[in-house]
Write a protein that binds this ligand. Structure first.
Ligand code: HEC
Length: 187
């Protein structure tokens, strides 16, 4: 019957729309690999695959997201312009293992190794222009918040100066300690 055929066709069409709609809802419209609705920014190119789904500590969350416990973004000065546009945190420049070695996008600066053991050890690298004494806990905090190296010399402006609460900076420095001795492939 003609009428029945039409009904069947309508049924199939409705089913298809339902399935497609559900798929779109579940999978989302985001093309695979995009960092977000606006597409990946330079700082997010590294972030996506590194971001754990849950953070095991406040310090780790700050390292990855630069947000404090309340969810407020942590204010900063300095740093490259993309950090203001796209957001980002330590991980975007120093990497998930803290070893740095990446060129900070849109700057000529290489992000250094900031594992606590590296910061606090004596440096004997040949040809390093600016020798400075090892960091201590207090000097590490000062580097992060005021951008000064142990000798009191300002770090390059590519390193942002972060305005953190005492609790947050303590948690963050504790997190840098957990990066010690980690294999570079570890999260
Ligand atoms: C936009 C990139 C960027 C981000 C984001 C960033 N840093 Fe840095 N950081 C740098 C660069 C570049 C330097 C090296 C500056 C220099 O050598 O003068 C640096 C230096 C440092 C140093 C001093 C290391 C040394 O050897 O003297 C510490 C400590 C540090 N960063 C910690 C952090 C922490 C913790 C965060 C997150 C809260 C962070 N950084 C976020 C780029 C960044």
């Amino acid at each position: 019957m003609k009428e029945r055929d039409i009904l069947v066709a309508l049924g199939i069409a409705a089913g298809l729309i339902l399935v497609t709609g559900t798929l779109i809802l579940v999978l989302g419209f985001r093309p695979i690999g995009a960092g977000g609705p606006a597409g990946p920014g330079p700082g997010q190119m590294m972030r996506g695959p590194f971001q754990p789904s849950e953070f095991s500590s406040n310090g780790q969350r700050i390292y990855y997201t630069a947000t404090s416990r309340s969810g407020e973004p942590i204010a900063f000065t300095g740093g490259p312009p993309w950090l203001y546009m796209h957001g980002g945190s330590c991980v975007d420049c120093h990497g998930p293992d803290g070893r740095g070695g990446y060129l900070v996008p849109m700057t000529s600066q290489m992000a250094p190794d900031i594992r606590y053991s590296t910061l606090t050890s004596e440096r004997h690298e040949e040809g390093e222009e600016m020798e400075h004494p090892p960091y201590t806990k207090a000097l590490t905090r000062r580097a992060i918040t005021r951008g000064l190296d142990p000798a009191g010399q300002p770090l390059d402006p590519a390193m942002p100066r972060w305005r953190m609460s005492e609790g947050d900076i303590d948690d963050l420095v504790d997190y840098l300690k957990t990066l010690d001795g980690r294999a570079s492939s570890d999260k």
